[in-house]
Design a protein around this ligand. Structure first.
Ligand SMILES: Cc1ncc(COP(=O)(O)O)c(C=O)c1O
Length: 262
């Protein structure tokens, strides 16, 4: 069955022991997947501690500060899951209890999401008895029937294929290229003379680089954000680094700003 195969590929891709981790692959997208975890594991009035938006948080993360001990740790690796899958950056699975991810960003799969949760033995209680994680049923039930109806089997099938591809040497080479290309972006130093992410977004669009404005730490307004995020993953396959660098430079120059390259 496509769903079972997809779950198997998901655990294999992220090198997870099936005795310690499970995964739900039915979630329709990233925001619903986070809400499904909250629905499953939070009681009314319990709190979520999350990153602020400009610091890398997402609207679906919630904004309250948590001062409780023994909180559940959720890592939303939506942007970086492809890099994690390829093993080119550290994995959050070592630390997190729950890991959510969209499947259509760096993972390069169909639009959807996955919810990974810890399974098996959590620890021992004062009586020396084993305590087990109880996430699986709660999360599966929050997804269906809690917040969704039947699974989108066409998406799940496509995801099974994408995950299989994510285990190939070609995929690893591609993700290494993504990292390398990103370092070219990071080389671009924009000296602030009225420029902002919205303007650069427009100019980049004109040279066929899809990007969107994004807040970064220190910004005072989401309407005038200091960052951009590059979206079209095929750029990393299509363009050689030098060409990409040339285009960004051109785009920034045409935003009428000083651009220096390191
Ligand atoms: C970190 C993160 N989580 C969740 C989402 C939401 O994903 P979706 O648009 O699939 O609901 C996004 C979307 O940009 C995101 O960046």
């Amino acid at each position: 069955m496509a769903e079972t195969l997809c779950q198997k590929h998901a655990l294999e891709t992220f090198q997870l022991d099936p005795a310690k981790w499970g995964v739900n692959v039915q979630s329709l997208s990233g925001s619903p997947s986070n809400f499904q975890v909250y629905t499953a594991l939070l009681k009314p009035h319990e709190r979520i501690m999350a990153l602020d938006l400009p610091h890398g948080g997402h609207l679906s993360h919630g904004y309250q500060v948590c001062d409780k001990q023994k909180a559940i740790m959720l890592a939303d690796m939506a942007h970086i899951s492809g890099l994690v899958a390829a093993g080119v950056i550290p994995s959050p699975f070592e630390y997190a209890d729950i890991v959510t991810t969209t499947t259509h960003k760096s993972l390069r799969g169909p639009r959807g999401a996955m919810i990974f949760f810890r399974n098996g033995v959590k620890g021992t209680n004062k009586q020396g008895q084993e305590v087990l994680y109880d996430y699986e049923d709660k999360i599966n039930q929050a997804v269906f029937p809690g917040l969704q109806g039947g699974p989108h089997n066409h998406t799940i099938t496509a995801l099974a294929v994408a995950l299989k591809y994510a285990m190939t040497p070609e995929y690893k080479a591609y993700q290494e290229q993504v990292l390398s290309n990103c370092s070219k972006f990071a080389d671009v130093r924009i000296t602030f003379k009225g420029i902002d992410g919205s303007r650069v977004e427009k100019v980049m669009e004109a040279v066929h680089i899809a990007a969107n404005k994004n807040t970064v730490p220190g910004d005072v307004s989401a309407m005038v954000p200091g960052g951009i995020r590059e979206l079209r993953l095929s750029h990393h396959t299509e363009y050689l680094e030098a060409k990409l660098r040339e285009r960004i430079k051109w785009a920034c120059k045409h935003s009428y700003q000083d651009v220096t390259f390191m």
